[in-house]
Design a binder for this molecule. Sequence first.
Ligand SMILES: NC(=O)c1ccc[n+]([C@@H]2O[C@H](COP(=O)([O-])OP(=O)(O)OC[C@H]3O[C@@H](n4cnc5c(N)ncnc54)[C@H](OP(=O)(O)O)[C@@H]3O)[C@@H](O)[C@H]2O)c1
Length: 215
Amino acid sequence: MRILVFGASGGCGRLLVDLAGRRGHIVTAVVRPGSNGLPIGSAATRIGDPLDKAFVQACLRGQDAVVSCVGLRRAGKSPHARLLSPPDLTERLMSTIAEGFAEDPPGRIVAISAAGVGDSFERLSRPVKWLVTSGNVAVAYRDLANMERRLATLGTEWLAVRPVTLTNGRPSGRAREIGRYRLLSRIRRADVATFILDALESSAPLGDRAVMIGT
Ligand SMILES: NC(=O)c1ccc[n+]([C@@H]2O[C@H](COP(=O)([O-])OP(=O)(O)OC[C@H]3O[C@@H](n4cnc5c(N)ncnc54)[C@H](OP(=O)(O)O)[C@@H]3O)[C@@H](O)[C@H]2O)c1
């Protein structure tokens, strides 16, 4: 497949680009100007603003699948740490992609969201509910909820992947759909990347749905 990856400089994005390249896909990694992280592996890199319609339209041309690993950055781990990204970043990215889709729609699109977004909120334990409704985490969750709503209107096959708390480390191969998000629930970024790529490679439909994943 020809796969276009937004947010290719981030934790999940870099791993997805690398894995997709190793599995033989033709990957284009989108990175914003001045980004600190460059994708790993042999992907072609396109540097530009993912909110620039003309740039995104050009990136989308000829792609079979699109993945968004974009998310809001904060200055620190505290939910109240300052936001380093616009508060509506992922929603606006999806709107920009939607405009680009009109010309040359790819077959499939997957976006990383977060466990607790939308109808998964009721499946969070009480402390996690408190966490995701605090400070700038709440801002990010609102943005992701709006992003998911936009994703569902694109008119192409879609999947929103809602991981629990992300950690680093080698892939465990245990990523799966889960029913509850508790304070100690974790999933490795490498497992998120594998889950997304497995879904894109599967002959089964993506299902036009959101899925909460953990290990
Ligand atoms: N952390 C968690 O425990 C957790 C749990 C559930 C879901 N999530 C979601 O999963 C997503 C992926 O996680 P991750 O660890 O891979 O995230 P990450 O390392 O923070 O990567 C975020 C990506 O978004 C890009 N980005 C941020 N602001 C941007 C802007 N203004 N313009 C263009 N690109 C911008 C970053 O680009 P630069 O590298 O250039 O900054 C980077 O590529 C998160 O963003 C979050 O929404 C996180």
